[in-house]
Design a protein around this ligand. Structure first.
Ligand code: G3P
Ligand code: CA
Length: 265
């Protein structure tokens, strides 16, 4: 049995997962943010993955470098080596001066392999979100599965995506790797919780990952009854924790893992 797959019993104490690392305190999706999450006592981390021009999976949220790199290039137009030299840390100090640190200026776009290597120190799990525009999902799925297989840490990884065809493809390529179907609020997901659960099951996901506005009693009950482990994102108030314990939520994804640890130490 995979260590993170099918925990349908839920979790009496939900795992605390650093969203893009501890992204309230360090530039998102950088090694600094992931180290910060470890230091903050996060149980696991969440990251976003895209393909660089040379086919290497790299860890970055947006399709282009405007917001975090201050330039217009698309991630897909640059090689992983070029991205590995690009400053994606300074923007954070400009945006959050009270949390700025000079060393953030040396943070660059890490590869998935680098982040997983660093995450060996984390008890787990590692949520790896596959990001797409409208492209075919298969190249990114194949590259990510390949990296994860080589690290030997597949048992700690949960691959997730809003693209349920990608989730199903992970299952096809690597049936032993845990997967999560991601849902954000739309008219359909908000009013038809049954459809969310059905879609997750059709993609053969063992986990369901819900925007917090969707985490309402009916959907939580339906998902639990269907044997899906439930993760809720992105919550920064520790007040979510007692609710999550009561409702046997598997994990809470937060930008500020330390806030949860401090309150419930
Ligand atoms: O965990 C899900 C969440 O990360 C999805 O939203 O935009 O932060 O990747 P986003
Ligand atoms: Ca994400």
């Amino acid at each position: 049995m995979n260590t993170v797959d099918s925990p349908s019993e839920g979790n009496p104490s939900p795992l605390i997962i650093g969203h893009r690392g501890a992204s309230a305190w360090a530039p998102e999706n950088t090694l600094a943010a992931f180290r910060w999450a470890v230091a903050a006592g996060a149980d696991g981390i969440e990251m976003d993955v895209r393909l660089a021009r040379d086919g290497v999976p790299v860890v970055i949220h947006d399709a282009d470098l405007r917001r975090t790199g201050g330039r217009a290039d698309l991630v897909a137009e640059l090689s992983s080596a070029e991205l590995g030299r690009l400053d994606v840390g300074s923007w954070f100090s400009g945006r959050y001066p009270h949390r700025s640190r000079s060393e953030f200026a040396s943070e660059t776009v890490p590869t998935l392999a680098q982040v997983i290597e660093l995450a060996r120190q984390i008890p787990g799990p590692l949520f790896v979100e596959l990001k797409f525009e409208n492209e075919d999902a298969k190249p990114l799925v194949a590259a990510v599965c390949d990296v994860i297989a080589k690290t030997g840490l597949a048992g700690k990884v949960i691959i997730k995506s809003f693209r349920l065809d990608a989730v199903a493809e992970v299952r096809r390529l690597q049936p032993n790797t845990a997967t999560a179907a991601l849902f954000e609020p739309t008219l359909t997901t908000f009013f038809r919780p049954d459809r969310i659960v059905r879609a997750a099951l059709e993609a053969a996901a063992g986990h369901i990952s819900l925007h917090h506005s969707l985490a309402r009693p009916k959907l939580v009950r339906l998902a639990r009854d269907a044997g899906l482990a439930i993760t809720v994102w992105t919550v920064d108030s520790p007040r979510w924790r007692p609710w999550a314990s009561r409702d046997r939520i598997f994990a809470l994804i937060t930008n500020d893992p330390a806030a949860f640890r401090e309150r419930y130490r």
